[in-house]
Design a protein around this ligand. Sequence first.
Ligand SMILES: Cc1ncc(COP(=O)(O)O)c(C=O)c1O
Length: 322
Amino acid sequence: MTPMDRFRRIGRLEFGHYPTPVQEMARLRAYLGMKPRLWVKRDDWTGPGFGGNKVRKLEYYLSKALRQGYDVVLTCGAETSNHCRVTAALAAQCGLECHLILNPAAQGGQPASLFLDELFGARMHKVKDRTERAPELARLAGEMRAQGRRPMEIPLGASTPLGALGFVHAVSELQFQPEWICHSTSSGGTQAGLVAGLALFGMKETRVLGVSADDPAAEIEETVRGIIAGIELDLEAPACSLQGEVRVDDRFTGPGYGIPSEESEEALRLLARLEGIVLDPVYSAKAFAGLLAGVREGAMAEARDVLFWHTGGQLALFSRGM
Ligand SMILES: Cc1ncc(COP(=O)(O)O)c(C=O)c1O
């Protein structure tokens, strides 16, 4: 069975535009005076709902919803959530009702994402803080079931084995094998998919560095390993065959979730000025700070090719100062 055969049984609706481009960042490399060639995979351009990494994950969920007759989707996150916004956009495209359980943005104000959630027709349910999200989601889904509806509950960030398949599949788009892939990590689905995908497509020498947006490294690493074990079941792969080294760097989280750090501000400005590429301040810019540290004095300094996987989220730039 080829790696692609393993996917054929699992339904996917393609909403994004693939393969997303890979660009070289030659001016940044020259500026840094570094040995590795630096590349960026533009998943900020996946498309729907202003793109980003969530599109790939939700393609599996929305496919399942339509195939299995769900009539409403529910998910949760902060008011700035890229995942919630993309869920709302794709649900609109599929003609499905969408409910979002949202806690206030870390920096207050009226985030741009929230405006778009409403524009996409999502129904919003506000909760006080993140601990109230999952119970409210379960309560609402229960209420809908009691009314005879078919609600699909999509967990935070769609970071489950099903959602992570989007990133297993994404690895098949790579035309060369970098020694390192660096990306933003939080609920773990992106990293789990990349690590499992590299194993599935025979690229185990490529190392993945997830740079935490918020949580401690050990916590995210454990979550990622758990999701990979679930992917093995979904793809009917032998146990442990898709596990690889799971590395998370949590040195660039700054004040915490949804808040930029000094290093993320530097990374954001540097990449914009040298390459005309825009990061978001609370996920991908923290990750890019991790890449800069890695190539400047860390483990990536001697590599030949380093790939930054841009996970999107730039709308957060427009939530500032409100
Ligand atoms: C822009 C962006 N980058 C990275 C991540 C992290 O991805 P994951 O939740 O799959 O770890 C998220 C979501 O949380 C995100 O919105």
